[in-house]
Design a protein around this ligand. Sequence first.
Ligand code: XMP
Length: 326
Amino acid sequence: DWEMGDYISEAVATIKAQVGSDEVILGLSGGVDSSVAAALIHRAIGNQLTCVFVDHGLLRLNEGQMVMEMFANNLGVKVIHVQAEEQFMGKLAGVSDPEQKRKIIGREFVEVFQAESAKIENAKWLAQGTIYPDVIESAGKGKKGAHTIKSHHNVGGLPDDMHLKLLEPLRELFKDEVRELGIALGLPKEMVYRHPFPGPGLAVRILGEVKQDFAHLLQRADAIFIEELRNTIDPSTGKSWYDLTSQAFAVFLPVKSVGVMGDGRTYEYVVALRAVQTLDFMTAHWAHLPHELLGKVSNRIINEVRGINRVVYDISGKPPATIEWE
Ligand code: XMP
């Protein structure tokens, strides 16, 4: 709308004045905040922006393709697509402790990002999709300290020794404003209204040791769940179940159970479905999804994803259960 148009021209002018003719690097995650920041900065300085997209092999199905399509092909943004699946899997081999897994991914991420950034000549700025609630949250960090339940890893938090100045054009915006801005900049609605996705990705949705095969099974099961949530409209609100839930995903359980298929006995892995409704993600209710929807998702996963023969639904609230299983 008109006001948003004004906001964009002002933000563009500010970024141009700040950056001048310097080069800027941005870590693209596929999430809403870094995507909107990339689109805004690109609008301001075009090819002076280079995005680095690190694919650790623990992203949603076809995420890499989607990011490249949207940014490189449609918007003409310079994006370096780093395929680091083997590297991350190597480091994660044999590790089953959730906090350990998070730390390894965080550390590895910084390493890969730094190595790529070092190749970009004259880079003076590191752009981040920091939004207002992040600023508030990190201001209060000192007090929480010992009570941290999960060490959150994000694209942010890179070490100071990169000697880059920070460019954070979304610092004053709330999430709903970031989404509006994204739409005004031409990002697709499905991307701007996406559920949040954790930095460590599927590593916290594959219980225990992460294996490449498990990740591939989980990606396919998760994609089926999300597709059915998007396609099922609740008649009383006219909204899809994707829009009626705050976060929904599949979890891979590395235990085998017995099943039958045709004349044969199967002995395969289990997938749990998780869908929650929440305003702040600090507390959450499990979503009362229609049984027909759950049944369809279960049938499709068992029929289409060889290696999974049982699907269960998580009916735990937060607290005491967290939203993610690790
Ligand atoms: P929990 O599982 O603690 O999750 O109830 C609350 C919200 O935070 C997300 N989450 C993370 N996000 N890095 C992130 O960027 C992390 O390590 C991480 N752990 C949990 C989770 O997806 C939910 O939205």
